[in-house]
Design a protein around this ligand. Structure first.
Ligand SMILES: [Zn+2]
Length: 234
């Protein structure tokens, strides 16, 4: 952990509004509460999302603005201080100019000098947009040759069994987020058009919170990095 004279910084480069909340909202809230400076990139505005509200009140024209606002609200819930959109069309990140996208992220890393860079694993991302932004961010991180550490976000508690994916427990950081589940739930609710259909999100707080896990899992992106503790990204 760094000394208090230099503020710790985290850069997350994701694909869609809601990736940050649904996948690792507890981690953002935890580090924000510790004073970490957080920047989030959303490559797209999620305008091709299948969920249009319940009952539907959005269309392809109104969706981008609605989801942008929802993401801004979610960032407020989680303590994410800076939000950047790359203005790539939803579901087309894999067709974006890879060199230009990588260069853009590399410039951001050089400018911000984050201690931690978070993105999707380019093969385990689970959606073409996720894999594409993960691939570009991984390449950008390597090129920037920065001081920081790279981690891949993972889904639920899948990394309780990393050997299924060719990794070991030494590659996994398990962050305890149990003190930050209220903020995570608030961020789910901020993404209203995506979560209205999920009844559990709107149950009384106590019951809804029981649906959220106490840990979030991150995979080391630079395995040769110095050995760190297994419950903290910094
Ligand atoms: Zn996504």
């Amino acid at each position: 952990m760094k000394t208090s004279d230099s503020k710790r910084k985290l850069l997350a480069v994701f694909a869609h509004p809601d990736d940050e909340s649904f996948i690792c909202g507890g981690m953002f809230a935890k580090y924000a509460s510790e004073g970490v400076d957080i920047t989030l990139v959303s490559a797209t505005r999620g305008e091709m999302g299948r969920r249009m509200g319940n009952p539907p009140y959005l269309n392809r024209e109104t969706m981008a603005a609605a989801r942008e606002q929802e993401l801004r609200d979610a960032c407020e819930c989680l303590g994410i201080g800076k939000l950047i959109f790359f203005d790539i069309r939803d579901k087309t990140v894999e067709f974006a100019d890879e060199e230009a996208l990588t260069g853009r992220i590399e410039n951001l890393i050089r400018e911000l000098e984050p201690d931690v860079v978070l993105t999707f694993h380019e093969k385990l991302g689970g959606h073409p947009d996720h894999c594409a932004i993960g691939k570009a961010t991984t390449a950008a991180f390597r090129r920037s040759a920065g001081k920081g550490a790279l981690y891949f976000i993972t889904f639920g508690d899948a990394m309780e069994h990393p050997e299924r994916y060719g990794y070991t427990h030494k590659d996994v950081i398990k962050v305890d987020v149990r003190d930050h589940l209220a903020a995570k739930l608030a961020s789910f609710r901020a993404h209203r058009c995506q979560t209205e259909i999920d009844e559990w999100v709107w149950l009384p707080d106590r019951e809804a919170l029981a649906h959220l896990g106490n840990h979030e899992y991150f995979l080391k992106g630079n395995r040769d990095a110095p050995q760190r503790v297994y419950h903290d990204l910094f």
